[in-house]
Design a protein. Structure first.
Length: 191
């Protein structure tokens, strides 16, 4: 009951601000959460790493962002997240293609912004990590001339480790952000 009161207090407090201020606050939370997820990418702590592979925080953000949005808005969010990740890791291969596809697919899988169960978000994250990593592997193997057999062998290990970790940690990002965006949508200003 206490969490419900806190949510109503926050909603009531935000409702007192003018629409432009609400939009600015929502944009700041959305942008800040994406930047935080991108900054967490190189973090390797116990529980955040499996066989040298870490959690794909930007992908988790893209899946959370895409639920209930139009496919092109979701794909745009994925592209922006991918470009930010490219800025940290290098442009070849590009993360933008895979994360744009992840955004598109997540929007198509979850077209309504209602309460999506955290188990479904974790399962969606697991599957979409495989999609994103496959796009990356295809870029390595076919666009950048790496040995395809080596790439696809490494791809299996990286995909499985990243999918397990990302799906386990996805509720940490997706639950608060989903609640925030639903609350902002109920106020009438969802980006």
């Amino acid at each position: 009951m206490n969490g419900l009161n806190t949510k109503n207090h926050l909603r009531d407090a935000l409702d007192r601000y003018p629409l432009l201020a609400q939009i600015a606050i929502n944009a700041a939370v959305s942008t800040g959460s994406l930047l935080l997820c991108t900054a967490l990418t190189p973090l390797r702590l116990p529980g955040l790493e499996l066989l040298g592979v870490g959690v794909d925080w930007p992908l988790i953000w893209v899946v959370s962002w895409s639920v209930g949005r139009l496919w092109w808005v979701a794909a745009t969010g994925g592209t922006v997240a991918g470009l930010l990740q490219d800025g940290m890791t290098g442009l070849t291969p590009s993360h933008a293609w895979g994360l744009a596809l992840v955004g598109f697919l997540a929007a198509r899988l979850h077209p309504r912004s209602g309460e999506t169960a955290w188990v479904m978000m974790a399962l969606t994250t697991f599957v979409l990590v495989a999609v994103s990593e496959t796009v990356m592997a295809a870029q390595f193997a076919y666009l950048y001339g790496r040995d395809a057999s080596d790439v696809w062998t490494l791809h299996q290990r990286v995909t499985l480790c990243s999918a397990i970790l990302s799906s386990l940690w996805s509720p940490i990002v997706s639950l608060p952000l989903s609640r925030w965006w639903r609350m902002m949508e109920s106020l009438g200003n969802r980006p």
